[in-house]
Write a new protein. Structure first.
Length: 566
């Protein structure tokens, strides 16, 4: 890894912040690096307030969206709430349906089939809407590029309100309203909302016309926080406020379906990380293996017993997803070796039998082995479909745009995207993608990057220090879990490989000068065991966590990387 220390520090401001807050300079530096430079900003950062949320009507087309939905309610029209099959899409649909069903009875949900319909708005869904008398579709987490689909719906007498957060194309669909803070002509103050976040602003705006204040919408924030974590949007600004309060709802009064998912994950006092790795994969598994509508049914369910049964069924999907993920990842790795493609600037693999529902996960797994922009293709009808994932700092969306002559459809953002193309174009696309990435990726981005906040001693890692660190949460892009480096550390001799396959490294780290020692665990770092024998010093990069064993809780370091092994 390339170790890079964050350098955006103003010593004078940090010193003043340290004094005003009564914290050490390491904590003050962490705050400054996160955009906090005054006591007032620190108070807002530590205690995000719902009053900081922006007026939803600042978003372009919000007034028209609210007007059209209220008209549909007044005229008792049939409304279809439509969304993508991933976590952001299914939580968006669950959120908007849950709220609108308190105002209107003629409302239904629709999640496209990943295999039969693909990503985004489908012609099949519009035909379904027309056949069932739907006159308004609210599309969530998709639609910003659905120009032809919206025109088709208009011809059938169906209006669209689009709520999306993906990057728009040159032309905006001719819908009644298009809510997307990334629109060039939208002046909404925060443009990093996820799809569920845009859906939340919509119901907030509708509710304001009935005199419903922000407190009324607190129960919906469990869904928003889940989507924020799963969709890897920045946990800054408005997202930080929504995630902070959403986690409180998850841990105190989650909706019945969410409570059933939490029971399956066997976690308590969930952090955003727990949501990302414990709750989100289960919601995603429904759409990957069977149907995303199963996740919606769970998240809108009002009966605890039914919710439990839904959650148990989704857990079976999640187990199946894990097995497929492991099997296909190994097949993809074998293919790379067989084709002699270990070297190069990209990974592009294809097998017609790979399960479409897990190719995005497989792409991420492949990056763990071959650190480079990656696409995993499979057969989807008479086309090939792919999930793209990127490495830190490289915009895979731009790279795909440079290959658009070979692509039939694509969408996404900087680090993740999806696309379809014909089998005949696959070899040409693969060659072009390699050519584009080779010409545009800076050499340093080809090596995994580890950014750390500051250098500290083991003696600074006290219970008080850890308590304050936890208050910096929720963590995510824009506010990552603080990473530190301790220099010239050694293992006391208790270090050993652990885990069922002995791939993890358990250590007891000691400062040779002060003799202060703290235990640590490094997942996947067992290969470093030979270099940390007693007496050999090294530098270690880590985050600070805690470990509970037999009822006792203690501070534990989560090792990220080691250097200077002897």
């Amino acid at each position: 890894m390339r170790w890079i220390q964050k350098t955006n520090t103003d010593l004078k401001t940090v010193a003043q912040l340290s004094k005003d807050l009564g914290v050490d300079k390491t904590i003050a530096t962490l705050l400054f690096q996160r955009g906090v430079s005054t006591f007032e900003e620190a108070r807002s950062f530590f205690r995000p307030n719902l009053s900081e949320l922006h007026d939803p009507f600042l978003m372009k087309d919000m007034d028209m969206a609210v007007e059209r939905i209220l008209k549909a309610i007044k005229n008792e029209e049939n409304i279809l709430v439509y969304g993508d099959y991933d976590v952001d899409g299914t939580t968006s649909v669950s959120l908007v349906y849950s709220y609108l069903s308190t105002l209107h009875k003629n409302i239904a949900t629709y999640i496209p089939d990943r295999y039969a319909e693909g990503y985004g708005i489908s012609f099949q869904s519009i035909d379904f809407a027309a056949a069932t008398g739907v006159t308004l579709i609210i599309a969530l987490d998709c639609g910003i590029k659905a120009l032809d689909k919206v025109r088709y719906a208009t011809e059938k007498g169906i209006d669209y309100v689009i709520c999306d957060h993906h990057r728009p194309g040159d032309t905006i669909p001719e819908a009644v309203a298009v809510l997307d803070p990334k629109r060039a002509d939208c002046s909404y103050p925060y443009d990093e909302l996820c799809g569920c976040g845009v859906g939340f602003k919509l119901i907030q705006a509708i509710g304001s016309t009935f005199g419903q204040g922000i407190d009324y919408f607190l129960p919906y924030l469990d869904l928003v926080a889940t989507a924020i974590g799963a969709d890897i949007v920045p946990v800054t600004g408005e997202n930080r406020v929504l995630a902070y309060h959403g986690l409180k709802v998850i841990n105190s009064h989650p909706r019945i379906g969410m409570k059933a998912l939490i029971a399956q994950s066997k976690k308590e006092n969930l952090t955003i990380t727990d949501v990302v790795f414990g709750i989100a994969p289960r919601i995603n598994a429904a759409g990957r293996i069977k149907s995303g509508n199963d996740a919606v049914q769970l998240l809108i369910e009002q009966d605890a017993l039914k919710a439990q049964k839904f959650a148990e069924a989704i857990e079976i999907n999640n187990v199946d997803r894990k097995e497929l993920d492991k099997y296909i990842t190994q097949e993809a790795l074998d293919q790379i070796i067989e084709n002699g493609e270990e070297e190069g600037y990209t990974t592009v693999v294809y097998d017609e039998n790979w399960h479409k529902g897990v190719i995005g996960i497989v792409a991420s797994r492949l990056i763990e082995t071959y650190y480079r922009p990656t696409l995993v293709f499979t057969k989807s009808g008479d086309k090939l479909a792919a999930s793209a994932r990127s490495v830190t700092g490289f915009d895979v969306y731009d790279a795909l745009e440079a290959c658009s002559e070979f692509i039939e459809q694509f969408g996404g953002h900087k680090y993740a995207a999806g696309l379809t193309l014909s089998l005949a174009q696959y070899p040409k696309f693969k060659a072009k993608f390699e050519e584009v990435v080779k010409a545009t990726i800076p050499e340093e981005l080809r090596v995994r990057e580890l950014k750390y906040d500051s250098v500290i001693t083991l003696g600074e890692i006290t219970p008080k220090f850890h308590r304050i660190l936890k208050q910096l949460a929720p963590f995510g892009p824009g506010n990552m879990t603080p990473t530190f480096v301790a220099k010239d550390i050694r293992d006391t001799g208790w270090g050993k490989p652990v885990g069922g396959d002995k791939t993890h490294l358990k250590v007891n780290l000691e400062d040779p000068e002060t003799k202060i020692a703290i235990s640590g665990i490094g997942f996947g770092l067992a290969t470093r065991f030979a270099g940390i024998k007693k007496g050999a010093t090294f530098d270690v990069a880590f985050t600070v966590d805690e470990n509970t064993w037999q009822g006792n809780t203690s501070i534990q370091l989560m090792l990220k990387d080691l250097k200077k092994e002897v």
